[in-house]
Ligand binder design. Structure first.
Ligand code: F6P
Length: 345
């Protein structure tokens, strides 16, 4: 079989580990893996690279993706569908393994259902918001990076008696904020799933200071709302633009929150926004392991003809679910936030 492997949407640590595992598994069984460059664009424009033993060697620990990525959606691009179908007629692939987030999974399902190309999806994103799988690879690395940042902020916060706000990614979910916040010992965590007002956070900081603590660490997810007791609330965006998927471009809540808290508490407040640092660099061992299991499983499904599915982690079990089930976003189980609250204030 000749099997195309592509990465689509935003990158995250572990993509190369999936590519390596899927390609090696396919080669071991005598099949031919092909790298499709820049997501579905590579399929539409026949932009292929050979994936042989040599090209997938030495990439396990590398961040980014050796085949590149993009948000190209053949169902949206002019002539996108026609291009894919014409390439399939001229130089067909037997299957495609598509590594991406929730939108890529929806496109991938349509590629099999509407264009007749057998597909298997692999869920990636630092946000951990893909449904029907417990964890996406990339998430653990982002949490580790954010936790390291909290540890570093702690020492400088302590030296200067400051309130430190760390803004993390996660789009419309608080997975990164809550996990890193618990692991780093945050004094308050703000997430999109549960509202916490500026007044409540100010009161928590004041309580800490009354107990003799002169500094506080607050973790805020980019998608959290700036909310007030008055009922006034807003989501902070970097611009009025939306991205290709219609998502608002989030960012800036940390700075907006700092102004409000400083005004109410009188404590000097500083902001760090981690941004794309959370998506870069080498994946953690946990993400390499998960990505490797996902990649091998995706190849196994293709070889078994069990396509139209997304590989999934359920507990410790590597399994798969029909792509048709994968929609919407997976928000965080609020019991994690409840755990974090034990340590607030
Ligand atoms: O989905 C991953 C993610 O990093 C989000 O956490 C963030 O909101 C978004 O992508 C940023 O997208 P871009 O790379 O297009 O700025």
């Amino acid at each position: 079989m000749r099997v195309g492997i592509l990465t689509a949407g935003g990158d995250c640590p572990g993509l190369n580990a999936v590519i390596r595992a899927a390609a090696r598994r396919l080669m071991t069984h005598g099949h031919e893996p092909i790298g499709l460059r820049r997501g579905y664009r590579g399929l539409a424009e026949h932009d292929w690279i050979e994936l042989d033993q040599r090209s997938v060697s030495g990439i396990l620990h590398l961040g980014g993706t050796i085949v590149g990525t993009s948000n190209y959606n053949p169902f949206r691009e002019e002539q996108g569908v026609e291009k894919v179908l014409s390439q399939q007629t001229q130089d067909p692939l037997d299957a495609v393994i598509a590594i991406g987030g929730e939108h890529t999974m929806m496109i991938t399902r349509r590629v099999q259902e509407e264009l007749g190309i057998p597909v298997v999806g692999v869920p990636k994103t630092i946000d951990n918001d893909v449904t029907h799988t417990d964890y996406t690879f990339g998430f653990d690395t982002a949490v580790q990076i954010a936790t390291d940042a909290i540890d570093r902020l702690h020492t400088t916060a302590q030296s200067h008696d400051r309130v430190m706000i760390l803004e993390v990614m996660g789009r419309n979910t608080g997975w990164i904020a809550v996990y890193a916040g618990i692991a780093g010992g945050a004094d308050a965590i703000l997430i999109p799933e549960l509202e916490l007002t500026v007044e409540e956070i100010s009161a928590a900081i004041a309580r800490r200071h009354e107990r003799g603590k002169d500094f506080s660490i607050i973790v805020v997810a980019e998608g959290a709302q700036l909310a007030f007791e008055s009922g006034d609330r807003r989501q902070i965006r970097t611009s009025d633009d939306v991205d290709q998927y219609g998502y608002p471009r989030l960012g800036g809540i940390g700075t907006a929150l700092a102004v409000e808290l400083e005004e109410r508490t009188g404590y000097e407040t500083r902001v760090t926004s981690l941004g794309h640092v959370q998506r870069g660099g080498t994946p953690t061992a946990t993400d390499r392991m998960l990505a490797t299991r996902y990649g091998a499983k995706a190849a196994d499904l293709v070889m078994a003809g069990e396509t139209g599915r997304m590989v999934a982690l359920h507990g410790t079990e590597m399994t798969s679910v029909p792509l048709g089930q994968v929609e919407g976003i997976k928000t965080i189980d609020l019991r994690y936030l409840e755990l974090a609250r034990t340590f607030f204030g």
